[in-house]
Design a protein around this ligand. Structure first.
Ligand code: PAF
Length: 291
C-alpha cells in the first residue's frame, strides 16, 4: 500500500490505473468496522469486468464537521497503526492530507444539504455537522474521482445525506452501504468507544439493547394493531435514563426520508428504522436498527 499526502501525487498515481477507484473515506483511528468497509470496497474493485480498480481510503479529521464543544482536538490521530490495518485489509492507496493540503485557504465554498433531511436528528443536536461532512466528502470525491464509495450504515443519516448530494448534484459515483460491525455484546463499533471507561464500556451495551427493545415494541404493535410512536420512543428513552444515559433522541423514522411514520405506517408495512444518540458520561454514541 502506498501512503500519499498531497493531492498532486494522488492524482498522478491514480492516472496510472486503467479504471477509477473504489473509495472509503474515514477520519482514522480505525476499528474492525472500517476494515469491513475496506474489504467490501476490495470486493467491489475486484468484481469481474471492473478492470484493475484500486481501493483508496482517506484519513482526514475534518475540522468543518466538529462543533465548538466537540472532540476535534482530542480525536485520536493514529496514522501509523491505521496504515498497517488498511494494508492488511486490501487497501491500495491511503490518502492522508494534512489540513493545509485540504484547506489551504478558509473553505468559503460549502455544500449545504437541505434542511428537511439535514436539520433532523443529528442535525438538530450538531448544527452544521452535515454541511461539514458534505463539503469534505464533495471535495474528496473531486480529488479521488471514485466510481463507487462505501459508507457505513452506523452513520445512517450521513449515508442518506451523501446519497442525496450525489443524486442531486449528478455525481457519477455509486454509493454503497456497509453493514454496522458490532462487538460480541452488540455495541456498534465506533472510534468514540475508545473514550469509554471500563464501567462505561460495560454499560454501553444498553444502547443497542434499547434499539432491540424498540424493534420488538414496533413488531408487537403491528401484531396487535395498536400502539403509538410517542409511547414507544418514550419507553426507550426512559430505559436509557434509568441506566444513567442522557439521550438526545431515540426515534422511530421512515427509512425513505427519516420523517416520523404516520399512525397507519407505524402499524402497517412501511420500512422503518430506529435511530438513537445518547451520552454516557462525556461520550456521545449513536446507533440505529432497521425494522
Ligand atoms: O464518517 C466519517 O468518518 C466522516 O464523517 C467522513 C465521511 C469521513 C467525512 O469526514
Amino acid at each position: 500500500m502506498k501512503t500519499i499526502h498531497t493531492i498532486a501525487e494522488l492524482r498522478e498515481t491514480l492516472a496510472g490505473y486503467p479504471s477509477a477507484p473504489v473509495f472509503v473515506p474515514t477520519m482514522g483511528n480505525l476499528h474492525d468496522g472500517h476494515l469491513a468497509l475496506i474489504r467490501q470496497a476490495r470486493g467491489l474493485a475486484d468484481e469481474a469486468g471492473a478492470g484493475r480498480s484500486p481501493v483508496v481510503s482517506s484519513i482526514f479529521v475534518n475540522r468543518l464537521q466538529f462543533g465548538p464543544n466537540e472532540d476535534f482536538d482530542r480525536y485520536p490521530r493514529t496514522l501509523e497503526r491505521d496504515a498497517g490495518l488498511l494494508a492488511g485489509a486490501g487497501c491500495d492507496i491511503l490518502f492522508a492530507p494534512d489540513e493545509a493540503e485540504l484547506y489551504p485557504e478558509p473553505q468559503g465554498y460549502t455544500v449545504v444539504p437541505p434542511d428537511g433531511l439535514a436539520k433532523l436528528l443529528e442535525g438538530e443536536f450538531r448544527p452544521g455537522f452535515f454541511t461539514g461532512v458534505c463539503t469534505v466528502v464533495a471535495k474528496l470525491f473531486n480529488i479521488v474521482q471514485p466510481r463507487a464509495a462505501v459508507f457505513g450504515k452506523k452513520d445512517y443519516q450521513q449515508l442518506m445525506v451523501i446519497r442525496g448530494m450525489v443524486r442531486q448534484m449528478a455525481m457519477p459515483i455509486q454509493i454503497v452501504p456497509g453493514d454496522t460491525a458490532r462487538a460480541a455484546d452488540g455495541l456498534a463499533l465506533s472510534s468514540r468507544n475508545g473514550y469509554l471507561s471500563e464501567s462505561e464500556r460495560a454499560e454501553a451495551v444498553q444502547l443497542s439493547g434499547v434499539l432491540k427493545q424498540v424493534q420488538a415494541d414496533v413488531k408487537a404493535a403491528r401484531q396487535q394493531g395498536q400502539g403509538t410512536l410517542a409511547d414507544i420512543d418514550r419507553r426507550a428513552q426512559d430505559t436509557l435514563r434509568q441506566c444513567g444515559w442522557l439521550p438526545d433522541y431515540v426515534s422511530v423514522r421512515r427509512q425513505a426520508d427519516l420523517l416520523p411514520p404516520t399512525a397507519e405506517q407505524l402499524l402497517g408495512q412501511e420500512p422503518l428504522v430506529v435511530l438513537a444518540a445518547a451520552k454516557l458520561g462525556a461520550t456521545r454514541l449513536i446507533d440505529n436498527l432497521e425494522i
